[in-house]
Design a binder for this molecule. Structure first.
Ligand code: NAD
Ligand code: DAU
Length: 340
């Protein structure tokens, strides 16, 4: 069935992987990508799909109703059947520096998108949220969909607020919406401010690897394509109004990840530099993904043992992409198309 999907935040890490996957797996779908092209939006992530028939980029901000209407207008006369909402300010450390841009993009943006989606007759809305809305775990236990929300950073607080707005749109208006809450992603095209690409990039340049606090915080790592497959499963088969946790059954302390990267690159552990801890740093995340496995038959297909080396090899093979991101040169692509 041909359909048009509006993806928000499609020039970012997960969004660009999702658009590539949809282009491959659902070649008859039309895709409209609404992206504000913030520092995290990189059109060089999408060069393999930009010429594809049925792909349209709309440069705009999800928190501006006129921009969102332009995105709906960019679809053909058949309209937009589905929205996958990924656009967000996504980096915890930036939210600690300044929370307001997170409220604007993540909270206001989600409400504007919900309102316009209802007004334009969208049949299915998938809101891509995060396990960080649940707060922090101790040594035991897993986050289930029933775990109370207890966000600890301005970033996760805005994601929790956006989840509540999606829930309210379903409860109040009967709007067909699902929420996904995924654990930490890794893979190609991740902005090198996040742990794995930052450590790879610094190690390759023999720069210090900044490990926050004692480095024993635990994250549950999932390869980005596994996440994209889960999003597609929820888009196509999820039950309206439901939340689906997505995770990798793959917990590691940060320091072990850092050591694995150094080992793979043949670099010395003397590059590790313990630095001041992140304020409000969540100690452990771990997902119980039984619901999506049971209801939708989704399971992660990649193992960390195979996909982490594959990810490191990708960054090694992408010197130009990495250097252009690290130097800011990737903005030229954007400026050439849209002006400064
Ligand atoms: P990212 O920072 O790499 O990309 C975000 C994208 O959104 C960029 O292209 C940016 O230009 C765009 N954007 C930001 N504000 C916008 C706005 N106001 N209007 C339109 N576009 C805007 O983020 P990511 O890591 O790809 O995460 C995507 C989504 O997935 C986010 O909602 C995030 O909360 C969620 N998520 C991320 C992870 C992870 O590990 N990265 C895990 C779970 C959930
Ligand atoms: O859990 C899902 C979340 O994962 C997403 O919602 C967020 O958008 C995404 O950014 C990510 O959040 P984290 O804060 O877990 O990711 P980050 O890569 O920033 O950090 C991972 C861990 O590594 C965390 O415990 C902090 C630590 N860290 C991070 C950086 C950047 C370091 O020790 N040193 C660093 O330089």
């Amino acid at each position: 069935m041909t359909r048009t999907v509006l993806v928000t935040g499609g020039a970012g890490f997960i969004g660009s992987n999702l658009i590539r996957m949809l282009s491959r797996e659902r070649p008859d779908w039309r895709i409209v990508n609404l992206d504000a092209l913030t520092y995290a939006g990189n059109l060089e992530n999408l060069t393999s799909v930009e010429a594809r028939e049925g792909y349209t980029l709309v440069h705009g901000d999800v928190s501006r109703p006129a921009d969102v209407r332009r995105a709906f207008a960019a679809a053909d006369s058949g309209g937009v059947q589905a929205v996958v909402h990924l656009a967000a300010e996504s980096h915890v450390d930036r939210s600690i520096q300044s929370g307001l841009p997170f409220v604007q993009a993540n909270v206001v943006g989600t409400q504007v998108l919900l309102d316009e989606s209802r007004a334009h007759g969208v049949e299915r809305f998938v809101h891509v949220s995060t396990d960080e809305v649940y707060g922090s775990l101790g040594a035991e236990g897993l986050f289930t969909e029933e775990t109370p929300l207890a966000p600890n950073s301005p970033y996760s607080a805005t994601k929790a607020a956006s989840d509540m707005l999606v829930r309210a749109a379903h409860a109040t208006h009967g709007f067909d919406a699902c929420i996904t809450r995924c654990s930490n992603n890794y893979g190609p095209y991740q902005f090198p401010e996040k742990l794995i690409p930052l450590m790879i990039a610094n190690a390759r340049e023999d720069k210090p690897l900044p490990v926050y606090g004692d480095g024993l915080q635990i994250r549950d790592w999932l390869f980005v394509e596994d996440h994209c497959e889960a999003i597609l499963a929820v888009l196509e088969r999820g039950r309206a109004g439901e939340v689906y946790n997505i995770g990798g059954h793959n917990e590691f302390p940060n320091i072990e990840i850092v050591r694995a990267i150094l080992g793979a690159l043949g670099k010395p552990e003397s590059l590790i530099e313990y630095v001041r801890d992140r304020p409000g740093h969540d100690r452990r995340y771990a997902i119980d993904a039984a619901k999506i496995e049971r209801e939708l038959g989704w399971r992660p297909r990649r193992t960390f043992a195979a996909a982490l080396p594959q990810t490191i090899a990708w960054y090694q093979s992408q010197d130009v992409w990495l250097q252009r991101v690290r130097s800011g040169a990737y903005r030229e692509y954007y400026e050439a198309q849209y002006g400064a």
